[in-house]
Write a protein that binds this ligand. Structure first.
Ligand SMILES: CC(C)(COP(=O)(O)OP(=O)(O)OC[C@H]1O[C@@H](n2cnc3c(N)ncnc32)[C@H](O)[C@@H]1OP(=O)(O)O)[C@@H](O)C(=O)NCCC(=O)NCCS
Length: 203
């Protein structure tokens, strides 16, 4: 099944690099305002060409943009153009049989989703991140490389957990919150707030 990739930056390359050739999904090109290096994929036009691509018979898309807000906005545009969002799971990722992943999400190399972990739509579980049992990850979240979420952690929509951060069991990270790189989060983080450090505190 043919898939158009939306985006041409570093995150798009990471997603293409982790694409599972055995998934039955074939990336056939990318759309972006400019041409770029997406590991040899052809440039099919800009976001404005999505409806034309859908009219030509392309049915599936994957939005490979690193910014949570941009990914959410562009995902709406992709759906409005008549395309369905697919999810991408690296062949090196470990996804437990009871974990679930929503449309448009990506699980990159060596990430782990534990028992009954739930990942919403359009979210990024980046390289080597662990999302342990019974975690609930919202929509358009970014769990950065090397993050460790203990069991029963909840992450609200569009939150960003920075590279290498750790979150202890039962904590809730609010929507649009930011956790700084390397933070150790021991308590709930209110929506829209940024916390950094060990233990994590508001800056
Ligand atoms: C938390 C973060 C978002 C803050 O960014 P920012 O708003 O631009 O903040 P600044 O760089 O201006 O730093 C503000 C203050 O917070 C401190 N700070 C920033 N990030 C910090 C971190 N991760 N841990 C500890 N302190 C941090 C700075 O030292 C600075 O302190 P000061 O006021 O005493 O000098 C950013 O530093 C960060 O950690 N981003 C994570 C990026 C990431 O993992 N991306 C994933 C890529 S795949």
């Amino acid at each position: 099944m043919r898939v158009v990739v939306v985006g041409n930056g570093g995150h798009a390359r990471a997603c293409l690099d982790a694409w599972d050739a055995a998934s039955g999904l074939e990336p056939v090109g990318y759309v972006a305002p400019d041409s770029g290096d997406v590991l040899g994929l052809p440039h099919l036009g800009s976001d404005h060409d999505l409806a034309a691509l859908a009219a030509d018979g392309l049915r599936l898309a994957f939005v490979a943009l690193g910014s949570n807000h941009l990914r959410a906005e562009v995902s709406s545009q992709v759906r409005a153009a008549g395309l369905e969002l697919v999810s991408v799971v690296a062949p090196t990722a470990v996804v437990g049989p009871t974990a679930t992943i929503g449309p448009g999400s990506v699980v990159l190399h060596r990430a782990v989703l534990g028992a009954r972990a739930r990942v919403g739509s359009g979210s990024i579980i980046n390289t080597g991140a662990t999302v342990d049992h019974d975690c609930v990850i919202g929509d358009f979240v970014h769990v950065a490389p090397g993050v460790n979420l203990a069991g029963t952690v909840t992450v609200g929509d569009r939150a960003m957990i920075g590279i290498g951060a750790s979150v202890v069991p039962g904590v809730t990270i609010g929507a649009d919150a930011v956790v700084g790189a390397g933070a150790v989060v021991l308590h709930d983080v209110p929506a829209g707030r940024t916390v950094v450090g060990v233990p994590a505190e508001e800056k």
